[in-house]
Every structure is written in structure tokens, then in C-alpha cells.
Design a protein around this ligand. Structure first.
Ligand code: ZN
Ligand code: FE
Length: 255
């Protein structure tokens, strides 16, 4: 049985996600950008929130935690490394810990880079990975705290998940991420057809997340820094993967 997944647009371009197990009624939220749309999503379905899973400390991912805890009494789980800058945690998590939602256990993966202490949650049975601002649809988060080598290592862990995994990321940045991707790989057919699909989705005001990992591997330049033809396109044929990733990230920062 797959956990039910609800994608909730918040603020201007954030996403929160609800996970629900119909048999037990168990419900979890991943990230808390804004209380009102999340409470509405819960109320319209008659769901009771039991846990809030936090990916990282940025305000646009945690701001609504106090209001949601006050409204629902939910437990709060987040990275031990971030505990000093997160709302009070019921449970502090490190890589390899598991989190239970209904019958399913999720693995906590350290994906530091955007921030130090950023974690992702992988639900192997339902095939979801909640990646927030680490691996994003068509891109990756800016390196505010970590090094390029750290982010490359983090992305490599996510890239190794089963390709059918749905990547549930934190923002609607896909269109501009893919525009940037064409500056690296203008001839990538999978990228060009993805841009067409994303353009249609945005014109209809539909979310472009979650996205399938297989599609990210085919089109997201930040997952492709290890490929010889990408290194050649960048004029770095002999550079280590992390150095190629660093070059792509530096170009995106100036894009
Ligand atoms: Zn962030
Ligand atoms: Fe964010």
C-alpha cells in the first residue's frame, strides 16, 4: 500500500506535503511554510496531523511549526545538527534513523550543502523522497552553508535511489532551473521535451513537483556532472565530478 501524498502550495513558491495512511489514519506533514493552506488541506480531508517532519532550518520551511503544533498537537521531528535553530523537537534525527508513518518506515538521509544539517526523508515502499532544497526539480538548492563537494556527495546519495522514486522538493523553481539547464546542454532532447511539459503545466497553474528521479537523472544538470559529455561541454574533460558540479553551480549562481 502506498501512502497518499498531497502537495500543498504555500507562500509564493514553496511546497509542503502531507502523507496519509488510510488504514490507520496516520498523517505526517513535510515542512511547514504556511499554516493556513496546510490546516485547510487537513480539514477538508478530515485528517489529524500527528507528525511534522522538518528538512532544514530556513524560515520558509519552519515558520508555521508553532501555529500547527498549537492547532494539532503534532510531534516535531528534525535534524539533531539543526536542533539549536529549529522549533523545539520531539525527536532529533541523524542519518540512518527511521521515521514511521502508518505501516511505513522512512530513512533519514543527510543531504547537507544548501545548509549544514539539511535532511531528506526516503519512503522506499511508497517511493517518495522529500528533498526540499537539496535536489530540486531541474536543479538544486544554492550553497549557503556547505561546499560543492558536500552537495555533490548529498546529490549522489539521492541519485542512487530507485529511478522511479518521486522527488518531492520544496519550491516551484522548475521553469527557470530548466532554462538554465539548456545553457549547459542545449541539445538534450529529454530536457527540451520536459521544458515543453513544464511550460504547459505552469500556464495551467499546475505544480511541477513531485518529479520522477529518472527524469531528473536525464535532465537535471546537477545530477549529470559525472558524465563525460557534460565535462567535455564545460571544457573540463579531466576534472573530478565534484569540480564539475561546482562549475555548474557557479554558473547557475550568475544565471
Ligand atoms: Zn532553504
Ligand atoms: Fe526554501
Amino acid at each position: 500500500m502506498t501512502l497518499e501524498l498531497v502537495t500543498i502550495p504555500c507562500r509564493t513558491d514553496n511546497y509542503a506535503y502531507l502523507l496519509h495512511d488510510a488504514a490507520s489514519g496516520d498523517t505526517a506533514l513535510i515542512d511547514a511554510p504556511e499554516a493556513a493552506p496546510i490546516l485547510t488541506a487537513l480539514q477538508t480531508r478530515g485528517w489529524t496531523l500527528r507528525q511534522i517532519l522538518i528538512t532544514h532550518h530556513h524560515g520558509d520551511h519552519i515558520e508555521a511549526v508553532p501555529e500547527l503544533v498549537a492547532a494539532t498537537g503534532a510531534q516535531v521531528l528534525g535534524a539533531k545538527a539543526d536542533a539549536h535553530r529549529l522549533p523545539p523537537l520531539t525527536r532529533a534525527l541523524t542519518e540512518g534513523d527511521t521515521v514511521q508513518v502508518g505501516p511505513e518506515s522512512a530513512q533519514v538521509i543527510d543531504v547537507s550543502g544548501h545548509t549544514l544539517g539539511h535532511i531528506a526523508f526516503h519512503f522506499p515502499e511508497s517511493r517518495y523522497a522529500f528533498t526540499a532544497d537539496s535536489l530540486m526539480a531541474g536543479g538544486c538548492g544554492r550553497l549557503f552553508e556547505g561546499t560543492p563537494a558536500q552537495m555533490w556527495h548529498s546529490l549522489s546519495k539521492l541519485a542512487a535511489l530507485p529511478p522511479e522514486t518521486l522527488i518531492c522538493s520544496g519550491h516551484e523553481y522548475t521553469a527557470s532551473n530548466l532554462r538554465f539547464a539548456t545553457t549547459i546542454e542545449p541539445q538534450n532532447e529529454a530536457l527540451l521535451s520536459r521544458i515543453a511539459r513544464v511550460t504547459t503545466a505552469r500556464a495551467e497553474n499546475r505544480a511541477t513537483v513531485p518529479s520522477r528521479l529518472s527524469g531528473e537523472l536525464a535532465t537535471n544538470p546537477f545530477l549529470r556532472a559525472n558524465l563525460p559529455h557534460i565535462k567535455a561541454l564545460l571544457g573540463l574533460p579531466d576534472a573530478p565530478d565534484a569540480a564539475v558540479f561546482a562549475e555548474i553551480r557557479a554558473r547557475k549562481d550568475k544565471f
